[in-house]
Design a protein around this ligand. Structure first.
Ligand code: AMP
Ligand code: ZN
Ligand code: ZN
Length: 413
């Protein structure tokens, strides 16, 4: 406990108070007197990671702010659908980013994270919070966020960067601190994104010591960020919201389902493989493809598009394929040739499973003037974050699927 308090935000606040420059007669005008929201994503930070590592900075947010037992992702529990839900308040079937990879039958084109389609606004429906801000006269700056480097509804964040994983985490933090130093011109909404913990989870599985190392490195960096905010005297003006998009589970080569055991692969277009298999059969072959897969393996569930579970809020979009199969937690789907030619595949960790699987849960931790102190509430669905942020920024949300009232317990009303 002592170690936690040594690093605590409270102590940082006290230290900052004692170092204040006495010549600063009008701190309000120096700092800008408006409140901002700083939204931080720790990609792939599972709901139980904080308990596995030494995380004084995150602990200080929890002790002096609010947390939920988990942040429940939307389906599929992948990066792009979830981050875009967090900033729009829409389920994937309503914003259209239904996967990290998608095929659009009207565009007759693929969307992929590794080509320029990821920055093409025509794929992005709904209204991300940076657009809501701009429409209502507020400013935004994004240090990466899925969708933030695309023009959406004719608008972009006031400051943004094209995603580049080579930019160090340290440089990302410094950029955010630079924005915070702008006084009255400090952006109202700022995003900050880190993929390091997700990558450690993929490479090793969630229980590996390298994941703990990645969590602790992340925490040390967050400590620097929080200290920077305090040094700028902004702790009472910034609502810090830390989230993740999904959790992580371990996968093994002994738990793989082979599609070509049941189907001639020439019969279908495979849009995604695993753990959510998304298939476009040749026209008229939808039912026969479904029949040849359904019930064939005990560790997947096969669906026709029209029979998808209600709680996924997934089926009502043109980009969802006619036939789908979802592997059970920890299982993967592949072809025999890919499996044999890729010895490193299907080891380590992954995500993408049903959001109701506990292991897919992410995190929510927040502190600042808008939040009560020391509150922990039950799991909340990530679709409600947009409403929360609009409330904190005092702007009118666009039409969305979220509900502000779920946050009542944590808000400083
Ligand atoms: P996932 O495959 O769902 O684990 O996605 C995580 C990966 O998404 C990260 O490791 C990044 O490489 C990638 N990513 C995250 N944000 C962006 C972005 N804004 N643009 C392109 N790729 C991104
Ligand atoms: Zn992710
Ligand atoms: Zn990932």
């Amino acid at each position: 406990m002592l170690r936690i308090f040594r690093f605590s935000l409270l102590l940082l606040l006290l230290l900052a108070g004692s170092c204040e420059d006495e010549s600063d007669q009008s701190p309000g005008s120096q700092r800008g007197d408006h409140q901002s929201v700083l939204l931080i994503s720790l990609d792939g930070f599972a709901f139980d990671y904080r308990g596995k590592a030494h995380t004084p900075a995150l602990d200080s947010i929890v002790i002096f702010g609010a947390t939920t037992q988990a942040l429940t992702p939307v389906f599929p529990s992948k990066t792009f659908p979830n981050h875009y839900t967090q900033v729009t308040g829409l389920y994937p079937e309503d914003h259209g980013i239904i996967g990290n990879r998608m095929f659009d039958p009207e565009f007759n084109e693929y969307f992929s994270l590794s080509d320029p389609s990821v920055r093409d606004g025509k794929w992005y429906g709904g209204e991300p919070i940076w657009v809501t801000c701009q429409r209502q006269g507020l400013t935004s700056a994004t240090m990466f966020w899925p969708g933030s480097d695309a023009e959406i509804g004719g608008r972009r964040p006031d400051d943004y960067f094209v995603f580049n994983g080579v930019v160090t985490d340290q440089a990302r933090v410094q950029q955010v601190l630079d924005w915070m130093e702008r006084g009255r011109a400090r952006p109202h909404f700022i995003s900050l994104y880190f993929e390091a913990v997700d990558q450690a989870g993929h490479n090793n599985g969630p229980d590996h010591s390298q994941v703990i190392e990645a969590i602790e490195a992340m925490d040390a960096l967050l400590n620097e960020l929080f200290q920077g905010i305090v040094n700028l005297g902004l702790q009472e003006l910034i609502n810090i919201i830390i989230v993740s998009d999904h959790g992580m589970t371990d996968i093994r080569r002994e738990r793989v389902i082979f599609l070509d055991d049941y189907l001639d692969l020439n019969q279908v277009e495979v849009v995604n493989w695993s753990p959510l298999l998304e298939l476009i059969p040749q026209t008229g072959e939808e039912e026969s493809v479904f029949q040849s897969l359904a019930g064939q393996h005990p560790n997947w569930q096969v669906f026709r598009k029209q029979d998808l579970p209600e709680h996924w809020h997934y089926q009502d979009h043109k980009r969802v394929t006619p036939v789908l199969a979802l592997a059970d937690l920890g299982w993967s789907i592949s072809s025999r040739s890919f499996f044999q030619s890729t010895p490193g595949a299907f080891t380590g960790g992954t995500h993408g499973y049903d959001p109701l699987e506990t292991a897919m849960g992410g995190v929510f931790m927040a502190s600042g003037p808008g939040f009560r102190q020391g509150v922990e509430m039950e799991a909340v669905e990530s679709v409600h974050l947009y409403e929360l942020m609009c409330f904190l920024l005092d702007i009118e949300p666009a039409l969305n699927d979220g509900d502000l009232t779920v946050w009542e317990e944590v808000l400083n009303l």
